[in-house]
Design a protein around this ligand. Structure first.
Ligand SMILES: N[C@@H](CCC(=O)N[C@@H](CS)C(=O)NCC(=O)O)C(=O)O
Length: 229
């Protein structure tokens, strides 16, 4: 029997959602342990992720794994259930390539464009995001999900463009992803949030909206501070 699975997460964290999504898609039961990141981090989080001190952390028996995409791959390789990564080595490499693209090239300009105040700096990020978005749109051509007919590893990697992006878009009024410019990405996001297998771990839309509304100023200040580093 497989040891119990626990996940240290945080409501509103798109990274924690990735780990939950991997567990949900594989049909792995897990206990969610929510951190209060705005106050004190738990001793457990600090002990299990001493290097980054961030959520998510997956606990599988006496093992702990950090980093959302590393967790997704671990979950895929460890548990039975529908594969998250493609079986063909080239397709697998491509899924990892685009996940890397999202992580290291796309997320920053895209979310900076949402949270920054109007100005030249924001405009530069908007321009960059608009240059990159067609590349993701292209990946969805003729497919419901990045992974094909069902969500997989790349959908998990891109998942912050679904529930998180939709809430952030509503709170900031910035709509870079919209039906006119990016119909495939827009439709994908709707399919993602309403996917049956993902339902148990999909954050409640109103709660997510309330979370970003409440913390709007903190996010705005956070992105400004990131630029000054
Ligand atoms: N690269 C990490 C990022 C995780 C991350 O940034 N988590 C945030 C919550 S969304 C966190 O724990 N922040 C706490 C902190 O920065 O101290 C991953 O993919 O898991």
């Amino acid at each position: 029997m497989s040891p119990p699975v626990k996940l240290i997460g945080f409501f509103g964290s798109p990274y924690a959602h990735r780990a939950e999504a991997a567990l949900c898609l594989k049909g792995v039961p897990y206990e969610l342990m929510l951190e209060d990141l705005f106050n004190a981090k738990s001793e457990l989080l600090l002990k299990l992720n001493p290097i980054h001190k961030k959520v998510p952390v997956l606990i599988h028996g006496d093992r702990a794994i950090s980093e959302s995409l590393v967790i997704a791959e671990y979950v895929d390789e460890t548990f039975e259930g529908p594969p998250l990564l493609p079986s063909d080595p080239y397709d697998r490499a491509m899924a990892r390539f685009w996940a890397h693209f999202i992580e290291n090239k796309f997320i920053k300009p895209f979310f900076m464009a949402h949270w920054l105040e109007e100005g030249e700096v924001r405009e530069a990020f908007v321009k960059e995001a608009k240059e990159l978005l067609p590349l993701l749109e292209e990946q969805l051509k003729g497919k419901r999900f990045f992974g094909g007919d069902a969500p997989g590893y790349l959908d998990i990697a891109a998942s912050m463009l679904a529930p998180t992006r939709m809430a952030v878009q509503e709170v900031t009024g910035v709509a870079l992803i919209n039906d006119d410019d990016y119909p495939a990405l827009s439709q994908w996001a709707r399919e993602y949030i309403s996917n049956e297998a993902l339902k148990p771990c999909m954050p409640d839309k109103d709660q997510l909206l309330a979370y970003f509304m409440k913390n709007k100023e903190m996010y705005k200040a956070g992105v400004k501070a990131m630029l000054q580093k």
